[in-house]
Design a protein around this ligand. Structure first.
Ligand SMILES: NC(=O)c1ccc[n+]([C@@H]2O[C@H](COP(=O)([O-])OP(=O)(O)OC[C@H]3O[C@@H](n4cnc5c(N)ncnc54)[C@H](OP(=O)(O)O)[C@@H]3O)[C@@H](O)[C@H]2O)c1
Length: 324
């Protein structure tokens, strides 16, 4: 089957190890199910994998991709919950120390087929297209947990989202707005600030610009480039939720601000299967749909990766395998 794989690691040039070609079809163990992929979506995670983060040399070549929607063996429309926890683990899947995401230990979703534990199949609501559903498992689930489980954001409170164009950031804007929050964003580009306003943000600022008043919560995925601004933009007692560090670790933790102004810094990773089901229901009920930056044939995946690497993306890049 056609698949997109990482064949080697290169921190400086991650696309050097990207290969689009034939790979064996999945041979699932008992209790696992095969999904015919209709749509898959790219994430920064795929670029991290190509840099050797979260993936080891002996697992290469590895099929990339965390997100997919498609058909199970019975022809049911499904979307894949992407956190693979130990079969004996009970409770919050994201706290299982043995968990992995697809493409870390098991072949990922950027292929004609993917195998996952049967419990990771979630019915796709008919109201969502395969393309829309494929955008949700990583970026949108992460955003849902950051806002509602970690920050516990209340309607009417002000939330600052750093890096308006990103997959997680666009989800934060749209989910936050639909839940009655006042959403402010930052971005380096005029165009992305304008797009964030179209998606529902109340105000958009240049990256690092002073905000008109301090906010209740900040959503951070950018890392070093925005961390100090995030800390300084929070009200006393405010909450900073961090789920990513695209620009690397912060050189300064701003500890004086954190303790003296009694800020809470909360890490967040992915979300539970229950949260994923609630996210799907929330989208069906509110009519919110993930913005798709571009739909690219799987055979032309390199183009999608180049766009993601270049940072010139608003929303998600979706890949479609040849049979769809
Ligand atoms: N913990 C988890 O479970 C989890 C889940 C999903 C993602 N993540 C992580 O979260 C991060 C974002 O993921 P994503 O898929 O949303 O990525 P993405 O779509 O590529 O977004 C990256 C964002 O970073 C901003 N950015 C990049 N370089 C910047 C710089 N030098 N200065 C300021 N802003 C910069 C961009 O903002 P502008 O261009 O608008 O300025 C862009 O919005 C990644 O590091 C990813 O690994 C973690």
């Amino acid at each position: 089957m056609l698949a997109v794989t990482a064949t080697s690691f290169d921190e400086a040039d991650p696309l050097a190890g990207l290969r689009i070609g034939e790979m064996p079809q999945p041979d699932p163990p008992p209790g696992w199910a095969v999904v015919d992929v209709k749509s898959a979506a790219l994430n920064q995670h795929d670029l991290w994998s190509l840099r050797g983060v979260g993936l080891t040399e002996e697992r290469l070549p590895m099929i990339l991709g965390c997100d997919a929607a498609g058909l199970d063996a019975e022809g049911n429309e499904v979307v894949v919950y992407p956190v693979i926890s130990d079969p004996d683990w009970r409770g919050d899947e994201t706290l299982d120390p043995r968990r992995s995401l697809l493409s870390e230990r098991h072949p990922g979703t950027l292929a004609e087929q993917v195998a996952v534990p049967a419990r990771n199949l979630v019915p796709k609501p008919p109201e969502l297209s395969f393309e829309e559903a494929a955008c949700l498992p990583t970026a949108w689930l992460t955003a849902y947990r950051m806002l509602f489980a970690k920050a516990r954001a209340q309607p009417g409170s002000t939330v600052l989202v750093q890096g308006a164009g990103g997959g997680v950031s666009t989800a934060l804007v749209m989910l936050g707005k639909a839940a009655g929050l006042r959403v402010w964003v930052t971005s380096r580009s005029d165009e992305k600030r304008a797009r964030a306003l179209e998606l529902g943000a109340d105000q958009a600022f240049e990256t690092g610009a002073r905000v008109p008043e301090r906010v209740d919560a900040v959503m951070e995925t950018v890392g070093a480039a925005t961390w100090a601004h995030s800390v300084r933009s929070l009200k006393d007692g405010g909450v900073l939720v961090v789920s990513g560090a695209t620009t690397g670790n912060s050189p300064g933790a701003e500890l004086q601000h954190v303790f003296f102004r009694q800020l809470s810094v909360l890490g967040s990773t992915m979300g539970t299967r229950d949260e994923f089901e609630r996210l799907l229901r929330f989208l069906v009920d509110t009519g919110v749909r993930p913005p798709v930056h571009e739909v690219v044939p799987l055979s032309e995946a390199r183009r999608g990766f180049e766009a993601l690497l270049g940072g010139d993306v608003v929303g998600k890049v979706v890949l479609t395998p040849p049979r769809t």
